[in-house]
Design a protein around this ligand. Structure first.
Ligand code: C2O
Ligand code: CU
Length: 439
């Protein structure tokens, strides 16, 4: 079986075997027992939007909002989203960042579908079997489209929820920079919240920018419950510790509401406040000097479904990231490259279903490259030769800083053609991108 992008449509396999267009790998039909079909229509259009800071910006929006309407579901529901485009000249698609949808729902233009032009429409449909915090964004000219506002959040909650869950304060907080203003607020633009003392609080922080952000939670000890939507194994309580959230990444932070205000600080600027009500005083802590949590040593180790350091690996790819001379629009230019080449001339990575694949990602440049593979979470094995020693860390976007070498692994269980790229979207646009293809 050979999987081919939607363009060209399925071609003759020359007698060597079947070919399947990824456009035919579509999502599930029915919800799980007890589940429902969650229907949304998202219409992409240009609109003037008022930021929580009061400033007005000309944005590219879904339904006139930035971020777009939150997409939510309970585990086992079917999510069905009709995407329409009114007047976004670049065209639009929806990519479900971190969500392992069937390939035909993945929103990679020219690979899994045609771009949705003004007047056009595309319907995405997939089962919400994966719980946690994710996001969606356009994948067409995404270096422009996402920056200007074509994104929103996707949160799927477990069907069986703990008893105290009903009284939980659960906030989804995208971080996004509009020109030079970084905003951390819930999708309705609110930055002030109240929670009674002893209420469990969950903050789902989503980095929709192309650069990392520094986060700190002042006023309370907390746990990092989940990274990129996946729960950590027995995360310990930390206090006065900062977090670095990669571009595209998500952290779920949990704490129990104390009797004084809690502030989530982004890049050392005040951002979101949760207050216990009454006239409790303001936070007294200044997080600017706090050390950064090393997630590779956080939480308790647990069994993983394969031995990626031992003999189980069946494919191994090395990606060297650097700036170099590559062909851009038909002529040589200085650009972001993978193994000395720029997309689309980086060779495809070929895998077979069931392969255990290991990536070594080497950053030889002076910039950070948040690496993102579509359709599969990767297990972090090591950074700079030091093995991961905490909870198994499954990520879909990991920050490879200048000079770093990361090793990660994943099982090839989601057939199709998948983009594999730097999530600094300007870098991806310049060529720091390739395709992983099942054959
Ligand atoms: Cu969030 Cu290929 O992207
Ligand atoms: Cu990059």
């Amino acid at each position: 079986l050979l999987f081919l992008p939607s363009e060209p449509a399925a071609v003759d396999g020359g007698g060597t075997g079947q070919t399947v267009s990824v456009a035919d790998l579509r999502g599930a039909g029915e919800p799980a027992p007890g589940g429902e079909v969650r229907r949304y229509t998202l219409t992409a259009r240009v609109a003037t939007v008022r930021l929580p800071t009061g400033r007005e910006v000309e944005a590219w929006t879904f339904d006139g909002r930035v971020p777009g309407p939150p997409v939510t579901a309970t585990e086992g529901d079917v999510i069905e989203v009709t995407l329409r485009n009114t007047d976004i000249g670049d065209g639009v698609t929806l990519h479900w960042h971190g969500y392992d949808v069937p390939c035909g729902e993945d929103g990679a233009p020219g690979v899994t579908q045609d771009v949705v032009r003004p007047g056009g429409e595309f319907v995405y449909r997939f089962r919400a079997d994966q719980t946690g915090t994710y996001w969606y964004h356009t994948h067409q000219a995404s270096h422009r489209g996402v920056r200007r506002g074509l994104f929103g959040t996707l949160v799927v909650t477990p069907r069986d929820r703990p008893a105290d869950d009903a009284r939980r304060l659960d906030l989804t907080l995208p971080v996004h920079t509009y020109d030079d203003t970084t905003v951390l607020a819930d999708p309705d633009g609110r930055t002030e919240h109240t929670a009674a003392v002893d209420t469990p609080v969950r903050l789902r922080v989503v980095n929709t920018d192309s650069v990392p952000h520094r986060l700190a939670l002042a006023g309370t000890p907390f746990r990092v419950a989940a990274v990129d939507g996946r729960d950590l194994n027995r995360p310990g309580e930390v206090v006065r510790t900062a977090l670095r959230l990669p571009a595209g990444g998500r952290y779920d932070l949990v704490f129990v509401m104390p009797d004084r205000p809690v502030t989530l600080v982004v890049d050392d600027a005040d951002a979101v406040h949760v207050r216990p009500g009454g006239d409790a005083g303001g936070p007294v802590e200044d997080p600017s000097g706090w050390p950064e949590l090393d997630l590779l040593r956080y939480g308790v180790p647990a069994a993983v479904p394969f031995d990626a350091d031992g003999g189980d690996v069946t494919r191994h790819f090395t990606m060297v990231l650097d700036r170099g001379v590559a062909m851009v629009d038909g002529s040589p230019a200085f650009a972001q490259t993978v193994n000395g080449r720029g997309h689309p001339s980086v060779p495809d990575q070929l895998v077979a279903e069931g392969d255990l694949v290991r990536f070594t990602v080497v950053n030889r440049s002076l910039e950070t490259h948040p690496w993102h593979l579509h359709g599969h979470p990767v297990l972090v094995l090591s950074r700079n030769g030091t093995r991961a020693a905490g909870s198994p860390l499954w990520m879909d976007t990991f920050d490879v800083r200048p000079g770093e070498v990361w090793r990660v692994a994943f099982r090839a269980t989601n057939p199709g053609v998948w983009m594999n790229h730097c999530h600094n979207l300007a870098h991806a646009h310049e060529g720091m991108m390739l395709r992983l293809r099942y054959h």
